[in-house]
Write a protein that binds this ligand. Structure first.
Ligand code: ZN
Length: 308
């Protein structure tokens, strides 16, 4: 019995020494200039970067590596706000979710005044998941339901050096109110991004969730994905939860379908490193929530920048 314990202890000691010697052998000086980041924009960026920098012992001892590290990772107080718009109207609003073009222009000015910079969905994912370096105050504009006015919004954003995301209900593309295929192609060629937002069942997701009809939800998301890939040769990395319908099971469905981001409603005002990329918090900017009013919008932005 006693011999057994001694034997186990010796095996443990031996493994531990082996582990220590492994660590020691791995403390090699890495030449930061030789750190190769294979793809600076694509989804492999971070895997490559963290792979090379993964030899974290190096970071502590080599100032070059430390510099490289600072270039790759965000500072502690970095955050990203994601704004949720629906229709942008010029003359007549459709409903209380709308925002007027003039107010929208003012929102952009306010964000610029407070030093906000635009990032892509990919950057948002890598920031939340791995703390990828993004501007300290980042913003993503999203437009839900694919109203035709997203074309106007996209032009306004472009003129201001910004970009955005259209959440499309794929089953209604080419309908009277949603953007058509040609317009979507224009958006894509302008590097406007796409998030899927259901195929045909947008208005029923909360009901389906209540009935626990995950099968139907999954089918709808799959159809949307398939439709988009077939027509535009693109597989969007984001899904926007219709009516905010969300739970662990829907999150699992998205994960299994290789979505990286799930765009939700306002759980928090900001998104930070370490949070769940499959539930990105968004702030609804609409006339019904009153944040469309430029004065209220500025107050909100001021509050967010002061408290983060
Ligand atoms: Zn919607």
């Amino acid at each position: 019995m006693k011999g057994d314990i001694i034997k186990k202890f010796l095996v443990f000691l031996f493994s531990f020494i082996l582990f220590l010697s492994f660590l020691t052998l791995n403390i090699v000086k890495i030449d930061a200039k030789k750190v190769k980041i294979l793809d600076n924009s694509g989804p492999f960026y971070f895997e490559d970067a963290t792979y090379y920098l993964g030899k974290l012992y190096g970071i502590k001892i080599d100032p070059e590596i430390l510099k490289e590290h600072e270039n790759l990772f965000s500072e502690k107080d970095t955050f990203c706000i994601v704004l949720m718009y629906h229709n942008i109207y010029t003359n007549k609003r459709i409903n209380s979710y709308d925002v007027s073009k003039n107010d929208f222009l003012k929102h952009i000015e306010i964000l610029k005044k407070y030093g906000f910079e635009n990032i892509t969905l990919n950057d948002l994912y890598y920031f939340v998941k791995f703390n990828k370096k993004i501007p300290k105050r980042s913003v993503v504009f999203t437009f839900d339901d694919g109203f035709k006015s997203v074309m106007l919004a996209s032009n306004i954003l472009k003129e201001n050096g910004f970009n955005g995301v259209a959440s499309l209900i794929t089953g209604y593309i080419d309908s009277s109110w949603e953007v058509n295929k040609g317009e979507i192609k224009t958006l894509i060629s302008n590097k406007f991004e796409i998030s899927l937002h259901s195929h045909k069942f947008h208005n029923f997701y909360l009901e389906l969730l209540k009935e626990k009809n995950y099968k139907k939800i999954e089918e709808d998301i799959k159809t949307s994905k398939k439709y988009f890939k077939y027509n535009f040769k693109i597989e969007p990395i984001a899904f926007t939860y219709p009516l905010g319908a969300f739970d662990d099971k829907i999150e699992n469905i998205l994960e299994n379908l290789n979505f990286k981001l799930g765009l939700g409603l306002c759980k928090n005002f900001v998104n930070k490193y370490g949070e769940d990329p499959l539930y990105i918090s968004r702030i609804e900017i609409s006339e019904r929530r009153k944040y469309s009013d430029p004065k209220k919008f500025e107050k909100l932005i001021k509050m967010i920048t002061n408290s983060n």
